[in-house]
Design a protein around this ligand. Structure first.
Ligand SMILES: C[S@@+](CC[C@H](N)C(=O)[O-])C[C@H]1O[C@@H](n2cnc3c(N)ncnc32)[C@H](O)[C@@H]1O
Length: 307
């Protein structure tokens, strides 16, 4: 029998929704509830479970670093899912800490409201999560890269989750510094759709052209015209530093792709986990996730696709 994406995601989502019930109505700042964002959280959860097992085998310390952690909670404000909440990346990592613990968690964001909300939520969730080494700090992306460089020592590994709003601060100069940290696996939300739109406005000398130069570290993007070509160019650049680079596409709905999660690693074992995750996520599309969340939160009691 084939893989049942609906049941798989419904079970995962039910567990996660249940674990955050204590903070569901805490009235603190939320990330906008966009159903496709759940794919990032589910893919991260899948990857953490597998990769921590590998880190444990081969390393002395392994760190989870979230450079754009946000407040920890995604909130839905309208439609059938109104009032529902889902954990964002830092809580996904924290909620896994009982079975897949990292030596230390570095949660960074440049918004102090988000950082304060995350701190409060981690405190409130202590009964679910337990006590772990959480470092929560207001930090610009560039400073977070310096913090990783500072921290690394022989025998250490990192899982670095980079989930920006756009792409402006992710200058190649910084990404390359991160890629030079040898044992850092990268999980990066590549804004395929936004980059393609940006590219169409990038006439020579414009601010659009300048930000693409910064993002790619050169003007090679000039030879590319659509989102998938721009994505491939970025993958090719990462491949100078990592053996395995895979992508998980995230669609707003149907075939309308918004971004691609790029996962880069030097480990064959981690690559196998990503390959499995890619397969699972390919069939777990936005419509399936929306139905699964609606059923998991008792907003719907059968499998009806309405998107
Ligand atoms: C897409 S949200 C992150 C969502 C989070 N990963 C999750 O799964 O819930 C992007 C975050 O980046 C933060 N941010 C924006 N610019 C930044 C920068 N230059 N450095 C660090 N964080 C930044 C925002 O405050 C926001 O919380």
């Amino acid at each position: 029998m084939g893989f049942d994406a609906f049941n798989w995601s419904k079970n995962k989502i039910s567990l996660l929704v249940d674990k955050i019930s204590l903070i569901k109505n805490d009235n603190l700042v939320l990330a906008p509830g966009e159903i496709w964002s759940l794919k990032k959280s589910l893919a991260l959860d899948y990857y953490i479970e597998g990769s921590v097992n590998l880190f444990k085998k081969y390393f002395n310390n392994w760190y989870y670093v979230d450079t754009h952690c946000g407040s920890g909670l995604i909130g839905f404000s309208d439609g059938i899912l109104k009032g529902e909440r889902f954990p964002g990346s830092p809580l996904i990592a924290a909620l896994r800490a009982l079975d897949s613990e990292f030596t230390e968690y570095l949660f960074f964001d440049n918004d102090s409201n988000a950082i304060d909300a995350l701190q409060t939520r981690l405190n409130s969730l202590r009964p679910q999560i337990g006590i772990h080494n959480f470092q929560i700090r207001k930090s610009e992306f560039a400073d977070s890269i310096s913090a990783i460089e500072h921290k690394k020592k022989f025998g250490d590994a990192f899982l670095v989750f980079i989930d920006p709003v756009g792409f402006i601060e992710i200058r190649w100069m910084l990404m390359e510094r991160l890629l030079k940290v040898e044992k850092a696996d990268i999980f990066f939300t590549f804004m395929t759709h936004a980059l393609a739109r940006h590219r169409t406005n990038a006439s020579p000398g414009s601010k659009y052209a300048e930000s693409l130069d910064d993002f790619y570290g050169d003007s090679s993007w000039n030879q590319k015209s659509n989102g998938d070509e721009l994505l491939q160019l970025y993958i090719d650049k990462i491949k100078h530093h990592r053996k395995y680079v895979l992508t998980i596409p995230v669609f707003q709905t149907g075939e309308r792709k918004l971004y691609d999660i790029i996962i880069a690693t030097d480990s064959k074992g981690a690559n196998n986990i990503v390959a499995d995750a890619t397969e699972v996520m390919r069939v777990t599309d936005t419509e399936v996730i929306k139905s699964a969340l609606a059923v998991a939160t008792n907003k719907m009691d059968n499998i009806t696709k309405w998107m």
